[in-house]
Ligand binder design. Sequence first.
Ligand code: NDP
Length: 480
Amino acid sequence: MQKILNYINGELVEPISKKYLENINPATGQIYSQCPDSDERDIELAVKSAESAIDSWSNMSASDRSKIMLTLAGLMERDLDKLAIAESIDQGKPLWLAKNGEIPRAISNIHFFATGIEHFSSESHSMGKHAINYTLRAPIGIVGCISPWNLPLYLFTWKIAPAIAAGNCVIAKPSEITPMTAFLFAELCIEAGLPKGVLNIVNGLGPKVGSAIVSHEKITAISFTGGTKTGEEIARVAGPKFKKLSLELGGKNPNIVFADCNFEKAVSESVRASFTNQGEICLCGSRIFIERSIYEKFKTEFVKQTAKLKVGNPLAEDTKVGAIASQQHFDKILSYIELAKQEGGKLLFGGNTVKLEGENATGFFILPTVFENLPFDCKTNQEEIFGPLVTLIPFDTEDDVLTMANSTQFGLSCTIWTENLARAHNIAAKVKSGIVWVNCWLLRDLRTPFGGMKSSGVGREGGLEAFRFFTETKNVCVKL
Ligand code: NDP
């Protein structure tokens, strides 16, 4: 059985405890590898290694750091298929999605920030003949990056790429549910010649390894993507220590369909926005608001297209919906299906587990599930489920839909379907979300600010925002 190792001080090493956690393939429910069960002693080693690397890495020219990262991106490109297969097995996502979407995006993350750092500049503010101010943006030092299980390598690289490009050393923790691609990535870092200690990957449990990162005195900035509850706990620990924090948290995103939309596009993209990656993307649209005059027509077509999505072995080419990432998450989604029924929801499609054959008979599969007839303020429509479960809700006016869309504690993303540009701008301005898509979904430009409002997070990542987060700003005022 394959043993995943930590990556500390440029080497692949066992956890000090020598203990391992079982890593399960969600498509079979069987253990297929072992993940280090690290603790604060491993974090201590990682911090020591980062301390010995920080001076030379932060003083290296941006272009030299960039060259190493571009070599790394090239190696990822070479191993794209291997990384995609590993991601699909570890997480349960369809292989085609990993191959065409997520791993290429992880490569783009490295490439984007490697080249971006060469163009990152700081400001100066002249006070005429009296003085000049200039802004220095220096690396922070040692930073912590903690990422979740839904888009493992994609979100892992989204954090560490700007951090190391900006000259920091990183202590990173992938989710112990999906540690495999971060391990393969560590092997590529060694091959690419990333200097020892610049990146340290410590695997293990959140409350043990994650919290040791968050509370460590020498780790002065934390970039975290994960659930809102965990974000709260991280803020509680890091806040009094005045650490810089970037929190990318949960969502309960509205997908608003007006009667004047391009109907075919709105339906097919809404199906995609609902069930891609089994609905386990923080940006999935789980509350679909439909203008009443097209409600029945939209519902019929949406359910028809949903019924065609094949649930199956993630490695099979025709699978559209793979396995739920873990038994625990599978149970959570099933409990929400029961809750939706108790709250009076009418099941339009799904609502069941799927029994596959052969080795997949013990995997965690759930049919894409569609409910209607649930009030906008019931629990099913207010809490993040993070799975293949959506609700359809009719609306009459722009004001009505805005009230319902803005009614949750979350504010991550929103999608609007309309051919009326003035209406799109109006809703975009008034909806409380950090990201708004008009007539599209998940169309991403890495230069744009990314993040949520309300309980969906604090701060923005992406483009220059990420470099600003991972640097310390200092103003120098010189009297002339
Ligand atoms: P969790 O919050 O459970 O975990 C995220 C990471 O934090 C994991 O590595 C986890 O480790 C670790 N962790 C857990 N407890 C602590 C702690 N006390 N201190 C430090 N680290 C800790 O989220 P999930 O992995 O379940 O991911 C799903 C969530 O992520 C959803 O809510 C989703 O919306 C959100 N998300 C947000 C995105 C955004 O950009 N806003 C993007 C993608 C997902 P372990 O796995 O061992 O528990």
